[in-house]
Ligand binder design. Structure first.
Ligand code: NAD
Length: 432
């Protein structure tokens, strides 16, 4: 485990223009990066992390803060560029940004005060970067976002600054994305929208395999089951469970947070995979496959063994480009692109940031159920449904007959980074 001698203060050094390539070997493309900030300790110049601001054409950049001991400038920039695409495709008035701090989050398991101290220093440095709205990512949570929010409020001289962190605790005005299963709600909207475009595909009576029974995987299982789908396969880091007659979803939900996780399942099974074999779950036949665990789950070695009709990409980058091409054009599998279908979280995070500074908007968000969940679900459904319709329409009319779903998704995002014929950017009117 990493040990830490923490800094007394942190500051941000902005690197722009040609210096980005000279310093970090990151070439500029049409869309970014706009600026990369090195977060350092002024006492000894040690680098503690980075903030990558990729593109600001549509607005400030919203993206998570990742804690990892080896987080690199390339990783943070890559994630920022992905946020540019995700927010543009979702028609949000947001650009793309992301941040990373070089620290092992496991170190803080029993040291919440030390974590709070470091996050406070980081937020101090972030105050000089008003174009970045921080949210949670790997290693950070709602408590950390509240810490950032409070540092900003202090600097601002008043709360309700709209600068982030977003994803704060509900009692403090945040929206509990995981408890409300907003990302799964978006995946579900994508599956429902796909029914209108695929005559041979129906959620009712379909069979579903879920890789990663966590905050995304578990609620999408529940939602698909509620429309009459059979959950035939589910896996977590402990076990992969398969039964073509269907698994007991209530039992899966009850055990998923126990120490053994899905390893504690005791219903009937046709196949069970343990330990290093859990990835075999991806090869079980089904109608809907939901990778919702790690990147690169689908790769050239297992792509020939995937038997499904629709892949809902819950996880980010669940497949490499060659495998996506192969699934689509050799196997006739529709694989709906991660940043189109898993954008529920960023949509909700934007609504939280806007509601923080716009009282009339907050009233509108709260109007239906007093919590904001109904409003967020409606907006997420609308955006993702519109984007799935757009994906299928472009696919049907594309001049390149072997275009991939991911290429189409990028085309949609890139088009939304450029002003239309009337000079304006496509932004969802109620979110302006
Ligand atoms: P989570 O930590 O709640 O759940 C992840 C699950 O995957 C856990 O059950 C874990 O045991 C399991 N897992 C890990 N490795 C596995 C493997 N090899 N095989 C099977 N299961 C494995 O995480 P989450 O919030 O559900 O996120 C899942 C994925 O979706 C991540 O890639 C995340 O980046 C992406 N994502 C999440 C959100 C969100 O709102 N939570 C939004 C967009 C994208």
């Amino acid at each position: 485990m990493q040990t830490h001698k923490f800094p007394q203060s942190l500051a941000a050094e902005a690197v722009r223009g040609a210096d980005i390539e000279n310093r970090f070997k990151i070439p500029r493309n049409e869309f970014g990066p706009e600026c990369i900030y090195r977060i350092f300790d002024p006492a000894d110049n040690t680098t503690w992390g980075f903030v990558a601001v990729d593109n600001l054409v549509r607005g400030r950049g919203l993206g998570g803060l990742r804690l990892a001991p080896d987080v690199s400038v390339d990783e943070v920039y890559g994630l920022a560029a992905a946020m540019t695409m995700k927010s543009a495709a979702a028609m949000l008035p947001l650009g793309g940004a992301k941040s990373g701090l070089r620290v092992d989050p496991r170190y803080f398991a029993n040291k919440p005060e030390e974590k709070k101290a470091l996050i406070t220093l980081f937020a101090d440095a972030l105050w000089a970067i008003p174009e970045y709205i921080p949210g949670p990512d790997m290693g950070t949570n709602e408590t950390d976002m509240q810490t950032i929010y409070e540092v900003f409020a202090q600097k601002n001289g008043a709360p309700n600054h709209g600068r982030g962190g977003v994803g704060r605790p509900p009692a403090q005005g945040g929206f509990p994305l995981d408890e409300w299963a907003i990302t799964a709600h978006g995946l579900f909207a994508a599956a429902v929208a796909a029914e209108n475009h695929l005559p041979d595909f129906r959620i009712k009576d379909s069979s579903v395999v879920i890789q990663g029974f966590g905050n995304v995987g578990a609620p999408i299982a529940e939602k698909l089951a509620s429309l009459g789908a059979r959950i035939v396969g589910a896996s977590d880091i402990n076990a992969g469970l398969y039964n073509p007659d269907g698994l007991d979803v209530d039992h899966l939900l009850a055990i998923r947070r126990t120490p053994e996780g899905l390893g504690a399942y005791c219903g009937p099974l046709r196949e069970r995979f343990d330990g290093e074999h859990v990835d075999r779950m991806l090869e079980m036949p089904c109608t809907i496959l939901v990778p919702a665990a790690r990147p690169h789950a689908i790769h050239p070695e297992n792509a020939t063994h995937i038997h499904t009709r629709l892949v809902l990409q819950g996880a980010n980058n669940p497949a490499d480009l060659v495998s996506e091409y192969f699934l689509q054009h050799r196997r006739g599998i529709v694989s709906l692109t991660d940043f189109i279908v898993n954008s529920g979280g960023v949509i909700a995070a934007f609504i939280e940031a806007k509601a923080d500074v716009d009282a009339a908007f907050r009233d509108q968000v709260m109007a239906e159920d007093g919590k904001g969940r109904a409003y967020i679900e409606k907006v997420v459904t609308r955006i993702i449904t519109e984007n799935i319709d757009e994906m299928f329409s472009r696919q049907a009319n594309h001049r390149a007959k072997d275009v991939t779903w991911r290429e189409i998704a990028h085309e949609i995002a890139r088009d939304r980074l450029r002003p239309g014929a009337d000079g304006s950017l496509k932004i969802l009117p109620e979110l302006l």
